[in-house]
Write a protein that binds this ligand. Sequence first.
Ligand code: SF4
Length: 239
Amino acid sequence: MGVRADSGRQARRTLERLRRAHPDARCSLYHSSPFQLLVATVLSAQSTDVAVNQILPALFGRWPDPEAFTRARPAAVEKALGRIGMYRQKARHVIGLSRRLVAEHDSRVPDTLESLVELPGVGRKTANVVLGVAFGRSQGVVVDTHVQRLAQRLGWSGNSAPLAIEQDLMRLFPQKLWDTLSHTLIFHGRRICRAVRPACAACAVSDVCPSAFRAERVGRKAARVRPRAATQRERARRG
Ligand code: SF4
């Protein structure tokens, strides 16, 4: 990949400059309680925050808390989620996690990684979002597609698997910066260091970035190989 390792001190200086470039970096999912943040984060898997935010006010207006979701008809929740991807599975997860919260956690969202990842539809990434944003006690770094790409481009990780990248970032930065780190990288990835045509000329850290002006091939996901459609002649030959 050709990116060099960065020292912790230099990485922290670079993060500080990125924070100054994106002072508004924060969780952009609509929510007004830890429970709503948990649901919003579960719904954001494979969907954009913008798309999820469009359905959340109506969703939480109708079902604001875990008790309300335990009384919901699955078909009604599916219909409310219908504009985002995997809505059937996500409806099952939201109802399932609500039931578990009511039955096992006194209707509260637990504040430990171990308890959160036991809930339906909640993985390490979702749990870290909730712990960092709702409770201010990150137990890991949220590694989404932006963090994954930027960690590689900035030379902070030579790995491509999210868990390995998370471990690299946790070694490089102190725990108190983990939450800020992921929000800042997500905002920088959305606005400047995009997957395609990153705006290196407008980037606040281009002088220290090992991928500056040659980043397109660093941190991109491999293109999905689709099976070739059979030609008309091949279909005719098969009968
Ligand atoms: S210089 Fe380019 S590749 Fe490096 S962080 Fe900035 S936008 Fe991304």
